[in-house]
Design a protein around this ligand. Structure first.
Ligand code: MOS
Length: 802
């Protein structure tokens, strides 16, 4: 409700964290996932597993041309197939497909116009999934084919590259000093083009939506990362108001960017369900996921570095061309970290785009850094070889004291600590520095490293915390946390439970975490590695508000309470505020003084009086003898035997005053077969500094994931579109290769200690995408060290080494 007490925080200055001083210290511990047993026992229901009475099944039909117009969708072609109900088609809506998290409006891509092969144009509805699948296969569609003019060859289209829409991008073009002149004047230079391919998020759970209308209200059970912004997209697409749309995603099987926005199956299911008056489930097949959700754009990146003979950089150029559908604003922000990673007074970041008739490109796994740092970090390695300087030493020499492009300090920057701790663990000092010098049996052995950086982000987020009497619990009290934040496999349920448990002094099984429903307070959603920090902070603030309410109830100052084992007690002395100090020091206590103090502290006189009244009730609670009181008794005295509060976090000036980033370093050892060129990653070590670690186990798993992505993007992942007709050639996991267990060796993760008070009240930074950045470059650099061959065209497949 409106009147719910709400703790709001805008990050305008450094803040202390209560998590440093709570009595119970669940935060940080490597505890198992609280939802783990539900998942392994199959009780955690994913969207496609929800079943509603009377539901029917839809299967999408994709265009079989890359550019042109639909002429006719012939429903009659399905006559005779049993159990078919209807072919639903509504091109104006189906064609909307926005994957960009921040986007308020789903882009319009025209009416009945085809922009890429596989674009959904109809959905066949049937009583069974099998019948719908058969119908989708049999549906006859005719086109006015314009494949000839489709843009299907990136290299050819490069000459038509155009400026990007900086307004809607997550990075901007940037020039500092005179980069071209700087390069021309430099004693030592390196100037290379790198190519990275289109990639697919390849989340385990394919996109699926069960749509259901309750009169005029649409309920979507859908695989989604960001419910609040996706709800807005659904409202925009279908012209519905906010009370008419509810999105539910209790469990999501990975997203990696592909579920940041609504995918076509959501809208198709909503329209079909409306037409039929029955719930409609549409599950995309793996090929459909790959053809019609998003891809990460391929890139061509130029990296040029100018430095002196000691390797001290003064010029850094990063020019990138990426691709997207015509009219789309998103471009791959490859140079996000190039702005601040290394020193240099001349710097250019420049983006261009090429229009292609290929599936929409969007944010995927560390959009920007994941492929941008392949180029930068491979170039740094080549520069180090050229100068005969150790790659770590080269990076050390280029460590900037401040953000070199903005002249603002880093909130924290631990690149050197990460490189040192990683090097120590990996045994970097024992490496063979000469390329192609270590043959073991039939295998060339090599080692390489790369820096990692991923910009830290905070998004507005809201949550509610309710403390309530629950006699079924041992301590008689439990906390319910509510927010529309998702858990996409990252561990949200678990880490937020740890935060709430510590702040409220309850065991973890006394926390009921309600996530993944847009009817709950709107959170940041899961994207950009900001989820733990943003949604977590709103939960933290809601719990802090509850702590203050409890303190008031028992007549203690909030800074003198300790909550543990379901009890409250007094600890330490209250630190006097400015107002309180003035009062104590001045008998006269003139109104004018108070007014003056009120002006400077922002604390009003009335709040002051209220606080005094609250404290005067303290006779009911005597804390003199180290007494503690059960929360169940205190909460029991509230109406309805519960108290509820909200928390709201917002980014503020800290984002502008301090460059915030997580840093890290990846190390890899590879073996390359001397005859076949086969590449095996033998081991990897990653060291990452990402602020407070909420859970050692889930954080480590996030890093494993990032490093595995590094293996994929270094050695195998590549979406291939046929240059003749735009068809996606490798649209399943048999042909689009991601690393499997046999490809992933021992991974060592070091979580480097860090406390960053500028980020949020928990001091948490994004970690999921940090480990990806540079991971592929470390492998590429190891391949060079093994065989002496630099590959500039990713992935590094064996043919490129022969
Ligand atoms: Mo991430 S690509 O923002 O899901």
């Amino acid at each position: 409700t409106q009147s719910e007490p709400t703790k709001k925080m805008t990050m305008d200055k450094p803040v202390e964290s209560l998590l440093s001083t709570t009595a119970s210290k669940l935060v940080g511990k490597p505890i198992n996932r609280v939802d783990g047993s539900l998942k392994v026992s199959g009780q955690a229901k994913y969207s496609a597993e929800i079943h509603l009475d009377n539901q029917v099944y839809g299967v999408l039909v994709g265009a079989t041309i890359a550019k042109g117009q639909v002429e006719k969708i012939d429903s009659d072609s399905l006559k005779g197939i049993p159990n078919i109900i209807k072919v639903v088609t509504d091109p104006e809506h189906f064609l909307r497909n926005s994957q960009q998290g921040g986007a308020k409006k789903a882009p319009k891509q025209g009416v009945s116009e085809i922009f890429y092969h596989g674009q959904p144009i109809a959905v066949v509805i049937a009583e069974t999934f099998e019948a719908a699948t058969e119908g989708a296969k049999a549906l006859k569609v005719t086109y006015k084919d314009e494949t000839d003019q489709a843009a299907l060859n990136f290299t050819q289209e490069l000459s038509n590259a155009h400026a990007v829409d900086e307004k809607n991008g997550s990075d901007k073009n940037y020039v500092q000093g005179d980069p071209d002149q700087g390069l021309a004047d430099a004693e030592v230079t390196i100037d290379r083009f790198y190519h990275t391919p289109s990639q697919n998020s390849a989340a385990m759970e394919p996109h699926a939506t069960l749509a259901h209308w309750e009169e005029d209200k649409l309920i979507l059970y859908t695989a989604n990362q960001m419910l609040a912004s996706c709800k807005q997209q659904v409202m925009d697409a279908l012209d519905l108001n906010k009370d008419q749309v509810q999105l539910i995603a209790h469990y999501v099987g990975g997203g990696f960017g592909s579920k940041l926005g609504i995918a076509p199956e959501s809208i198709a299911a909503a329209i079909a369900a409306k037409e039929l008056g029955r719930p409609v489930l549409i599950t995309m097949t793996r090929p459909q996921v790959m053809e019609a959700t998003i891809r990460r754009s391929n890139t061509r990146q130029r990296i040029a570095i100018g430095c002196d003979k000691e390797g001290v950089i003064d010029t850094l150029i990063h020019d990138t061309v990426s691709s997207n559908l015509p009219g789309e604003a998103f471009f791959e922000p490859t140079a996000l970290s190039t702005h601040y990673l290394y020193r240099g007074k001349n710097r250019r970041v420049h983006y261009e785009m090429v229009d292609m008739n290929q599936v929409l490109s969007g944010s995927m796994r560390a959009p920007g850094e994941a492929v941008g740092m392949i180029a930068v970090e491979c170039a740094m390695d080549e520069l180090a070889s050229q100068l005969d300087i150790d790659p770590i030493e080269l990076r050390r020499r280029n460590e900037p004291e401040k953000d070199p492009s903005k002249d603002i300090p880093f909130s924290t920057r631990q690149l050197i600590a990460c490189m040192e701790q990683g090097a120590e663990q990996f045994g970097w000092s024992k490496r063979n520095t000469k390329p192609a010098s270590q043959l073991e049996g039939d295998w060339w052995i090599g080692t390489g490293m790369a820096a990692a950086a991923r910009g830290n982000q905070l998004q507005p987020s809201e949550a509610r915390a309710t403390l309530q009497v629950d006699k079924s619990k041992t301590l008689g009290v439990k906390a319910v946390i509510e927010t529309d934040m998702t858990d996409i496999g990252t561990g949200s349920y678990t880490v937020f439970s740890q935060v709430a448990a510590d702040l409220l002094g309850l065991p973890i099984d006394h926390i009921e975490m309600k996530l993944g429903d847009s009817a709950l307070p709107p959170a940041s959603g899961s994207g950009g590695s900001w989820g733990a920090a943003s949604a977590g902070s709103s939960i933290y603030l809601a719990c802090e508000q509850l702590r203050e309410m409890l303190a008031e109830k028992v007549g203690l100052y909030p800074d003198t309470i300790q909550l543990a084992d379901g009890h409250i007690k007094q600890v330490g002395e209250h630190e006097l505020t400015a107002v309180e100090t003035a009062k104590k020091n001045s008998q006269a206590f003139a109104d004018s003084t108070i007014n003056k103090i009120s002006e400077t502290t922002g604390i009003s006189l009335s709040e002051q009086v209220l606080e005094e009244q609250a404290l005067s009730e303290s006779e009911k609670y005597d804390f003199d003898n180290n007494d503690s009181y059960a929360l169940t008794d205190i909460v029991g005295k509230y109406d309805e035997q519960k108290i509820s509060a909200k928390g709201q976090i917002k980014p503020g000036k800290n984002d502008k005053k301090y460059r915030q980033s997580s840093f890290g370093a990846n190390f890899a050892e590879v073996a390359v077969h001397k005859v076949t060129g086969e590449i095996r990653v033998k081991r990897m070590t990653g060291a990452f500094a990402a602020g407070r670690i909420l859970n050692q186990k889930t954080a480590t798993s996030q890093c494993y994931g990032g490093m595995v992505f590094g293996i994929g993007s270094a050695l195998m992942e590549e979406v291939i579109h046929d240059k003749r007709d735009g068809r996606l050639c490798n649209h399943d996991l048999a042909e689009y290769h991601v690393p499997v267990n046999a490809d992933v060796p021992q991974l060592d993760v070091i979580l480097v200690e860090e406390d960053d008070p500028y980020t949020n009240p928990m001091h948490v930074k994004g970690i999921g995408e940090t480990a990806i950045a540079g991971a592929a470059a470390a492998i590429a650099n190891a391949v060079y060290n093994a065989v002496g061959v630099r590959v500039y065209d990713f992935p590094i497949t064996l043919d490129k080494l022969l």
